[in-house]
Design a protein around this ligand. Sequence first.
Ligand code: CO8
Length: 268
Amino acid sequence: MTTDPESHGDTAVLVERRGGVGIVTLNRPEALNAINMAVRRGLTQACRDLDSDPEIRAVLIRAAGDRGFCVGADIKEFRPVDSAVAARRVDGSIAYVDAVAALTKPVIAAVHGFCLGGGFEIALACDIRIASADALFGLPEINLGLIPGAGGTQRLPRLIGAGRALDLMLTGERFGAEEALRLGVVSRLAPNRDALAEQALALADAIAAKPPTAAAFVKEAVTAGADLDLKAGIALERTLFTLLLTTEDRMEAAAAFREKRRPVFKGR
Ligand code: CO8
């Protein structure tokens, strides 16, 4: 089933439901999808709505326009901040990235063109990144007298290692899709934008067809486990594994295998 896109926060963020996949589109192509207040609000709301929708089993975040996924914070909205109180108010504005990271369902970023600053940080808060050959990544905050402020200094080193992440953050250099694949920033490449749209949706569909509780638990084991020592991480894995033994979906998977048919997973 496909729904007409709903808009969140003006038309800055669109949400569409296609079968079990929730598609979130950053939609300010005239500003290369720069993150303004409407994007912050829209993305936050979209993630919350899709996470609480029982029909949705995977989320895809993509962007409108030819030129890119997102060029980061809307620099035209930057204002002088002259007190700690005002700075704290600005600091509270990364709820949109927290909302992406808080999704309990698998989330994929489909990246084309520019993916800079806060845009890159949105992609880093996703579980899987797939890029088209024209993708250009970078954390240029240092050139603005800032540091990445929406999780980049923490998520990028965890993903690719501290040395490589520091190199990218201290230079602010941009890097292309092949380099992103080599570094492990993305796990899949598509040859062009059309192929990206197709491959990203096919990947989301494939994940949406998996038993949803197992998908949520594998995500939890990896993301929560990353903050634990090995012993505690393995204990978490054991707990989640044991819980899955009690699900109807795991009995259905075994029955379908025996009966040589496709399984039907209900998330129970
Ligand atoms: N904010 C607002 N508008 C933007 C931005 C941006 N970040 N980037 C591009 N635009 C606009 C341009 O102003 C232009 O609009 P207009 O036609 O009305 O003048 C339009 O998009 C097209 O851009 P360009 O004409 O500049 O196109 P080019 O092909 O010449 O260049 C670039 C494209 C290389 C992407 C260039 O626009 C650029 O360098 N943009 C800035 C990228 C950047 O520095 N991003 C990082 C921002 S910092 C950040 O994201 C930190 C977030 C941490 C959270 C903190 C919370 C407060």
